[in-house]
Design a protein around this ligand. Structure first.
Ligand SMILES: *Cc1c(COP(=O)(O)O)cnc(C)c1O
Length: 384
């Protein structure tokens, strides 16, 4: 193996997550799997393949490059939808390829209409409305002009969806704000209904909304983090815990494992500092092992003297600072540790497990951030 670490993606864990989500959604609601951020670090191509094997045919991305990769990877002509960035130069190709995309301002809408007219290919749009997230979306006072444009150009656009995004459905502290957003979204829908503008799909929910606010599920949900086996927050899990069946209290399963191997071991005498600077002084005669994974591989510097890894079925601590390419861990109490031995950074070894959340506890990173910072060039491998 030329790379210093590798990532395993579990087929069975993924299947279990999709099964749970589909059960939870019911038959009326389509599941769009969100694959932005290189599929939350899992690899777009791998997730598209796994998702399609589980019947998913709709994928949400942030940007055009990601949508391209979805189309390339798809074996079932799945639909890609861009929720964020499209360079105007790419819009023509997006429309030509039949990729759906969000329209949240007049700039993009007018560009899309112009291209659709010129190329005689309708643009497949999702109209995003501002309900309280305050980042993107049409405002209420823009509705008149928006309605006029949509009507006048009806033959050049396909109204695929009416959508919005919630500002923190994963935390009860945002309850009032989310409730107001739901109300505001309904107001928009009413306006369009009254003006005889109908959309193919009404969709608002991310993982947290879909798990906590059933009425947000509608025709389609855009699920990211839960499909990768993580509750959006601990709170979300606690809220749902009672309603989970007794024999399946843990329905979301992590797919990802991250592994490396020991590069070398070294004895360090009591009183010597380990690594750069003086953040760690050996409190006894020690043996350390060097692991060839550092912050350039997504192992945050914040995990200096904080992180933990698994070696020989035992949890051992990072000692000293995380460097660009490596970490040192304390293996003094392990018997027979040698170069080449497996190191688990995320995942199970023996009976123990390093969770993604444990990184969050020691480095203030949320699951989302740790996962998406795993570089694309770490090899990913599909396992059972
Ligand atoms: C990221 C994103 C989602 C998915 O969020 P999760 O919390 O990962 O389920 C849904 N909708 C939009 C607009 C997003 O940007």
């Amino acid at each position: 193996m030329r790379q210093t670490s590798y990532i395993e993606i579990s087929t069975s864990a993924y299947a279990a997550n999709i099964e749970f989500l589909k059960q939870d959604l019911g038959p009326q609601t389509q599941l769009s799997v969100v694959v932005k951020g290189n599929a939350y670090g899992h690899g777009i191509e791998h997730i598209v393949a796994l998702a399609e094997a589980n019947g998913v045919r709709h994928f949400s991305t942030f940007s055009a490059d990601e949508a391209w990769r979805v189309c390339q990877a798809s074996q079932h002509n799945s639909q890609a939808m861009i929720m964020g960035m499209i360079d105007p130069e790419d819009l023509q190709e997006v429309i030509a390829k039949g990729i759906e995309f969000y329209v949240f301002d007049f700039n993009r809408l007018e560009q899309a209409i112009a291209i659709a007219k010129a190329t005689n290919t309708p643009a497949a749009i999702h109209v995003e409305v501002e309900t309280g997230f305050h980042r993107t979306g049409f405002e209420w006072d823009e509705l008149k002009w928006l309605t006029t444009l949509l009507k006048e150009n009806a033959s050049h656009i396909r109204l695929k969806g009416l959508c919005t995004h919630f500002a923190g459905a994963e935390s009860i502290s945002n309850y009032v704000r989310v409730r107001n957003q739901i109300k505001q979204y309904r107001k928009f829908k009413k306006w369009f209904d009254a003006h005889d503008i109908h959309f193919e799909k009404y969709h608002t929910a991310c993982s947290a909304a879909s798990l906590l606010y059933p009425e947000t599920k509608m025709d389609m949900v855009r699920i990211g983090i839960a499909s990768y086996g993580f509750w959006p927050t601990q709170e979300t899990y606690m809220y749902r815990f009672q309603s989970l069946p007794l024999d399946n209290k843990n329905p979301l399963k992590r797919l990802i494992s991250w592994k490396s191997s020991i590069m070398n071991t070294k004895k360090v005498k009591m009183g010597n500092f380990i690594g750069y600077g003086s953040s760690y002084m050996a409190p006894r005669n020690m043996t350390i092992a060097l692991i060839p994974v550092g912050y350039c591989h997504g192992f945050s510097r914040l995990l200096s003297n904080q992180g933990k890894v698994l070696i020989g079925g035992v949890i051992v601590p990072v000692v000293g600072t995380v460097t660009m390419n490596s970490i040192a861990v304390d293996v003094t109490d392990l018997e027979k540790v040698q170069a080449g031995e497996e190191v688990v950074l995320i995942g199970k070894q023996g009976n123990l497990e390093i969770s993604v959340a444990s990184f969050g506890e020691s480095s203030q990173q949320v699951n989302y951030e740790l996962l998406t910072r795993l570089p694309q060039n770490i090899p990913r491998e599909i396992v059972d």
